[in-house]
Design a protein around this ligand. Structure first.
Ligand SMILES: NC(=O)c1ccc[n+]([C@@H]2O[C@H](COP(=O)([O-])OP(=O)(O)OC[C@H]3O[C@@H](n4cnc5c(N)ncnc54)[C@H](O)[C@@H]3O)[C@@H](O)[C@H]2O)c1
Length: 292
């Protein structure tokens, strides 16, 4: 039988491996024969991983300690970890969801990902419309910042302009940033060693994060009234299967993809068949709100 995925014997790193999509992905990769380095702030409970690594992606020092335990050659990296922002500050949300992924890539992955390897990040349908000119312009001030400290400073300066900004706004911004930055990295990573970079944009999914998203959306009734064409929530394993595909040899000509895994909800919005509620800039929305 052919190993179409090509994970057997390969080194894969998964962040957010203790719960939801990251845990489901880790189980699949272990099953497909990968040596998985499973990173999370809590112990990843998946048997058969090469190493479980406890690390806080909100801390640069903790990331550095984690990568000291990860091999010098990585075939596939999956940046799955994230926080909803519902009970997190604006800065913490941007840090875990965007700054950490950019830092890990710049500081470690550009050196360690092998020729033809892959980077796959979990973004969100909440980060859609990142490519519209007004939103892209808002994002560029962040992706222009290079280092961890510069990104923290850019985030703090943005927030200061509006008083305290909710973490849930940070969620939208962080996922838009991730999408924009993934597109920006296609050329440099291809030039480096034909490395592929992609993102999945999940719809609402049953995972550890669901209670916080349910709270954000105003309760279960509001969630059930807005299930989209699938008529149900996604399961974490359905997100993990798409991640396993994008990081694998099956997707060898796929780079720069922003794959909405939403049973067509975004397609219906683009076609004008459903209302599009995402075309706003943060600056516009925040400048209309009274400052906290
Ligand atoms: N669940 C959804 O409805 C949904 C929708 C769109 C996008 N997403 C995205 O999916 C990704 C996976 O989330 P999930 O839904 O599986 O939720 P989850 O809460 O089940 O899993 C997230 C994992 O990330 C880990 N994590 C969080 N902060 C961390 C930190 N500072 N350091 C290390 N690990 C940390 C958590 O411990 C957890 O294991 C996230 O990036 C999330 O933003 C989720």
């Amino acid at each position: 039988m052919n190993d179409y995925f090509g994970y057997a014997g390969k080194t894969a790193v998964v962040t957010g491996a203790a719960s939801g999509m990251g845990k489901a992905l880790t189980e699949i990769l272990v099953d497909l024969g990968a040596q998985v380095y499973a990173l999370d702030r809590v112990e990843p409970p998946v048997p058969g991983v090469a190493k479980a690594i406890l690390a806080d992606l909100g801390s640069k020092d903790s990331i550095d300690l984690a990568f000291a335990q990860i091999p010098a050659q990585i075939d596939a990296f999956f940046g799955v970890a994230g926080i909803s922002g519902v009970h997190n500050s604006f800065l913490d949300t941007i840090t875990v969801n965007f700054i950490a992924n950019k830092y890990v890539t710049d500081a470690y992955l550009v050196d360690r990902i092998v020729e033809g390897g892959s980077l796959t990040f979990v973004s969100s349908n909440g980060g859609l419309r990142w490519e519209t000119p007004a939103i892209r312009e808002e994002l560029a001030q962040f992706t222009r910042a290079d280092s961890w400290d510069d990104l923290v400073r850019a985030t703090q300066e943005f927030e200061t302009g509006f008083g305290a900004v909710q973490g849930s706004m940070g969620y939208i911004l962080s996922k838009r940033l991730l999408n924009f930055w993934v597109a920006e990295q296609v050329g440099p990573l291809s030039n480096l060693r034909k490395i592929r970079i992609n993102a999945t944009l999940p719809a609402l999914t049953v995972s550890g994060m669901l209670p916080e998203f349910t709270e954000m959306k105003g309760g279960e009734d509001a969630v059930n009234a807005d299930l989209g064409p699938a008529g149900r929530l996604a399961e974490s394993a359905e997100m993990a299967k798409v991640l396993a595909f994008l990081g694998s040899d099956l997707a060898s000509y796929v780079s720069g993809a922003h794959l909405s895994v939403d049973f067509g909800a975004n397609a219906m919005q683009i076609a004008g068949l459903q209302p599009d509620r995402l075309g706003w800039t943060l600056r516009d929305v925040l400048s209309r709100q009274p400052t906290a």
